[in-house]
Design a protein around this ligand. Sequence first.
Ligand SMILES: [Zn+2]
Length: 115
Amino acid sequence: MHEYSIVMSLMEQIEQLAQDNNANEIIRVDIKVGVLSGVEPHLLQNAFDTFKLNTVCHDAQLNMQLQPLVIECRQCHHKTELTERNVICPHCKSYDTRVIDGEDMMLMQLEMNAS
Ligand SMILES: [Zn+2]
């Protein structure tokens, strides 16, 4: 499943950060999930709860923030937040836009305990 491999790489990233900070326990994991990332939040939550048991995250809470799609227009340079996939600039109706956020899943912040 897609979400399992995402959580596995997320855990690797977290374990590394915990090690770098001499933390032995993660309390909270804040992630940002783009609406176009293809990640199903409840599947990600399930995968996280399954994987966390044998990791530094065993008691951690996963805090997901849904990131809407943000496009930037190359014509009028407006940035627009969208809730669904759309490439048309609402300001000037141009198709000449690019996605600047909402496509990926990112680790934002960790709350950790050091021994
Ligand atoms: Zn525009």
